[in-house]
Structure formats: C-alpha cells, structure tokens
Design a binder for this molecule. Structure first.
Ligand code: IMO
Ligand code: MG
Length: 405
C-alpha cells in the first residue's frame, strides 16, 4: 500500500478529520504535517464526538500518531489531547524534535497583530501559530528539542518581545509544564517514517486548513502561516517528495470560510444562515459562525492542480439534500470576460462574479451501499467537471455514514 496524503481543497473545514479517521485503519502511522492548534478536526464514532486541534484524527484507530517538524506545537493543547487519547485509545504519540513551539508570547503577539491591522484584520484563530512560524523564520523560536536541553537560552526571544511590551508573562511555569508533557514524546519523525516504509508499512499524512489558505498559493494576505498543500509534506516530514504517495483531496459540497478575505460564491445572510444551521457550520476551534457559499469549481480546479490530487472525497452531501435548488459555480466573470482560470483571478477575487449552473436537487435518501440516482448524477457531474474520480462520499458525521465508490 502506497503512502496517502489527505489535504483540504477549500478554506479549511472540508471534513478532513472524518475522512482521515475513516481511512486510518489501513495505515501504520498518521502524521500531522502543517499548522498548529488553529485546526479543528472533528471525529464522530458511535455517537461520541472528539475535536482534535493538534494530534492527527486517528486516535480512535490505535495508530501511531505523529507530529512532523513543520508543525507549530502548543504544549498546553498537546497535553490536553494526549490526556484525551489516553482515556480512549492506546496510541503512541511522537513529536519531531525539530518542531517549533508556541509559547504564551506568540499568542499575545497574534492578538496584538490583529489589533494593529484594525479594519483589515485577518480574523486569525489567535492560537499564536502565525507568530510562531515568524519566530522560527527569525531563528528565535524554541524547538521541541531546545526545551529538553539544559543550555537553551530563551533571552533572545524575550528580548525581542520586550520591544513590544514591558509587561511580559513569565515563562517559567510554561517551560516546566511543557517539558513534562513533551519529555517522553520526542523523537525523529523523519527517521521513523523511513523505517515504516522500508519495512513495507505505509503512512497517512493529514493536512490541516485548505489550499486557499496556503501561505504562498492561497488568497494572501488572508491565509494561514504554513504550507497547506501536498508540496509542504516532504519538507515538513523530512522525507523525499516521492514518498508523499497518492494525494486525496477533501472537498465539502458547498463552501465555507472562517475569518476575513475574498469569497466569490459567498451567500447573503438568509441563505447562509439556513445552510449554517443545517450543516452546523460553526468553527471547531473558535466557535465563530462560518461564512457560507455555493460550491466553487473554479477554485477547486486550482486546488486540485496545486496538490496533484488524484482522487476526491466529497463531504456533507446530506446537508445539500436539504437545500432546494442549490447552485454550483462553474466559471467567473472578470471585467466582462468569462474565465475558469483561478490563477488569473486570484488578485482580483473581490471583482469577479460567479457564473452558476443552477437548480440542483438531490434526494435525501441514503441507503447503505448505494447513492440515490440524483446524488449519483451530481457526483458524476463533479467528476466530469473536475476531471478527477470521487472515491468517497460522506453523508453524515459518523464514520459509518460513508460511501466508497
Ligand atoms: P482546519 O484544519 C478553517 C483561518 C482562520 C483565519 C486564517 C488565519 O480545521 O480546516 P491563523 O490562526 O491560521 O493565523 O488564521 O486561517 N484558519 C482556518 N479556517 N479551518 C482551519 O483549519 C483553519 N485554520 C486557520 O480562520 O481566517
Ligand atoms: Mg476545522
């Protein structure tokens, strides 16, 4: 079995957690490769619901859970999640020693930066993830391994922050607690992954956020602070690019976005709130109501291309069955010209108008093993327009509510 990479194709919240949980069974290890506790991945099994912000969404599968070097690790969040999985599973957890730490100082800076931006705030999750990556680029951030070494000097980082505030929180307790959480979890993810593959096992890489939030290729500056596409995986995990394996893209059959930034297919509040209530579209990390819009095939095609997606999982089809005459954006109009080229429009998304095919209705019928004929027609339409096979269709939160095609 080849390695598998699962990535989000929209602005996050595509249902990656559920899909990873569903697929994890076949893989020896599941690896988070980007972001930090800004993510919120929901897994529901047998009526029990879990939200993971940092650990991979495979805690219920007893797989090895790994956090790669390219993740920003908040030890407090890690501690809570490790406690949760100790209660429900028997997983081992391994955090790469090169991963970047998020301290209370980065959370403070996240809030400060948002204030500084005023009317053009990004709407970050304020989990300190952006500042942590910034400190890493400045070579000020402590890594996981630094926490465990006796001679690591935090004063350059503190000195930096003292430019911003003369009332900095003391990091003594944070350091002690972080050491005790991370002490037995630290290792070399890159080496472990190579060992698993060499012994014939396979691994699953779990992305957080989505392609349109990618730091380089997303809707900058309204993006997150790490890579979110399959290209970031080998860098983060410390493996050669060929080991990324098959790339499975996850898309929701409508679109949501949390935080600020352009959103061509965004709906007015009446329709948005209908879908938001039915689809329970509230942030799993911050509880914020998500902005809601129709499915956008223009941005999806871009995300598929960026990631080298070979197959798709579509989520929340059950929600669309409850929406009469829903629409799908098949092209944009920019300055009076019709285009399907997202790259061309990415700097002008505020000015594009979506061109829809309309009036879709899908029967709310889900029987184990078979899609209703109207659902099948819709899925086949998506496959044709996106030139990509849809191999999984999710029609409910629970692991069991999944079709394999
Ligand atoms: P999952 O993995 C949806 C968004 C924030 C904000 C922007 C920058 O659950 O899909 P950040 O805190 O990362 O600096 O915020 O990115 N954002 C997400 N939106 N799902 C996520 O993760 C997100 N992680 C970050 O709302 O607009
Ligand atoms: Mg989420």
């Amino acid at each position: 079995l080849e390695n598998l990479s699962v990535v989000g194709l929209q602005w996050g919240d595509e249902g990656k957690g559920k899909i990873v949980d569903y697929l994890a069974e076949d893989y020896e290890a599941v690896v988070r490769f980007n972001g930090g506790s800004n993510a919120g991945h929901t897994v529901v099994v047998g009526g029990d619901k879990y939200v993971f912000h940092l650990l991979p969404s495979a805690a219920l599968n007893s797989r090895k859970l790994m956090i790669a070097a390219g993740v920003a690790v908040d030890p407090q969040v890690l501690s809570e999640e490790v406690e949760t999985i100790r209660r429900i599973g028997s997983n081992t957890v391994l955090v790469d020693r090169r991963a970047t730490l998020v301290s209370p100082l980065e959370k403070m800076l996240d809030a400060l930066l948002e204030d500084m931006r005023g009317g053009s705030a990004l709407g970050t999750t304020k989990r300190g993830v952006g500042p942590a990556y910034a400190m890493r680029a400045l070579r000020l951030a402590p890594r996981v391994s630094d926490l465990l070494s006796d001679d690591f000097d935090l004063s350059p980082l503190r000195n930096f922050y003292s430019i911003l505030s003369d009332d900095l929180p003391d990091l003594g307790r944070w350091l002690d607690e972080s050491r005790s959480v991370l002490g037995n979890l630290v290792g070399d993810v890159s080496q472990e992954l190579e060992a698993i593959n060499d012994a014939g096992g396979s691994v699953l890489f779990e992305g957080s956020q989505g392609a349109l939030l990618d730091l380089l290729h997303g809707t900058y500056p309204f993006v997150t602070s790490s890579g979110t596409t399959s290209g970031y995986i080998p860098m983060s995990a410390g493996i050669p690019p060929g080991r990324v394996g098959r790339v499975l893209g996850v898309m929701k059959c409508y679109t949501t976005r949390v935080g600020s930034g352009p959103f061509p297919t965004e709906l007015g509040e009446d329709k948005a709130s209908e879908i938001r209530e039915k689809g329970r579209e509230f942030g799993a990390t911050t509880g914020r109501p998500r902005r809601v819009g129709w499915l956008d095939l223009v941005s999806l095609s871009y995300a598929i291309r960026l990631n080298g997606v070979k197959e798709l999982a579509v989520s929340k089809l059950d929600i669309l069955t409850r929406i009469k005459e829903f629409r799908v954006c098949e092209a944009y109009s920019l300055d009076g010209e019709q285009t399907e080229d997202f790259s061309r429009c990415i700097g002008s998304l505020d000015r594009v108008s979506p061109i829809y095919s309309g009036g879709w209705n899908v029967e709310p019928e889900f029987r184990p093993g078979a899609l209703s004929s109207s659902a099948r027609k819709f899925v086949e339409f998506l496959e044709e327009r996106l030139h990509t096979d849809i191999t999984l269709v999710s029609y409910g939160e629970d692991r069991s509510m999944t079709y394999e095609r």
